[in-house]
Design a protein around this ligand. Sequence first.
Ligand code: UTP
Length: 229
Amino acid sequence: MKEDLVLSVGGSILLPEDENVSHIKDIAEVILEASKERKLYLVIGGGSTARKYINWGRELGANEATLDDLGIETSRLNARLLIIALGRAVYSVPAKNFDEAVSAGNHYPIVTMGGTHPGHTTDAVAAMLAERLHVKRMINVTSVDGVYTADPKKDPDAEHIEKMEYDRLIEIVSKGERGAGPNIVFDPLAAKIIKRANIVTQIVSGYDLENLRKTIDNEDFSGTTVSSI
Ligand code: UTP
């Protein structure tokens, strides 16, 4: 068996805006193939469904912690959809906490989780799970092809960064927004956890599935690698 891996999969990747399930099927195929050689722990995000519910809850007057709960529930809902697409190789429910994920991993090649507690995103859950499992490499599967010097959707001068140290990532993501449902490339808490546990983190686009396969197989890939060097 090859090394165990934790993948943080953005909800926006599973269900792109057109709300078509074909991408889930294609991602499930890549994951099933990779799980023949290694254990995979997938932490799924809430994506546009989370943002929709968080916006509605905010309009209705909910506080940030209550909005976070909406995000957590939608991430679990998305994880359930992926579980359906993965079939029998996966633990049949999203693990609610790290203990459950660890024990499920002793029996299944694939385990999923959604969010856990208010105050962070599923990237941070993925980093905590990787630390807990002593996993040394984590992949953040997101809607952009890596980390840029600024938000590439807003700033035309933003430059792609291929390799960076943990501290540089912490500096870049700490400039982002606060509150429920932020949309930054990587959670600042997750960035601090990968630094303290020295978890090499590769940030890749979830739309290019051949590139995702290469990343999982630790081949040359296109994206950003964050490590201690
Ligand atoms: P996501 O992890 O989906 O955040 O959690 P995101 O950055 O919007 O990621 P994408 O778009 O899926 O890639 C959605 C929201 O759920 C709450 C937070 O409010 C977060 O912004 N959440 C999630 C928690 O409060 N705790 C968790 O453990 C996870």
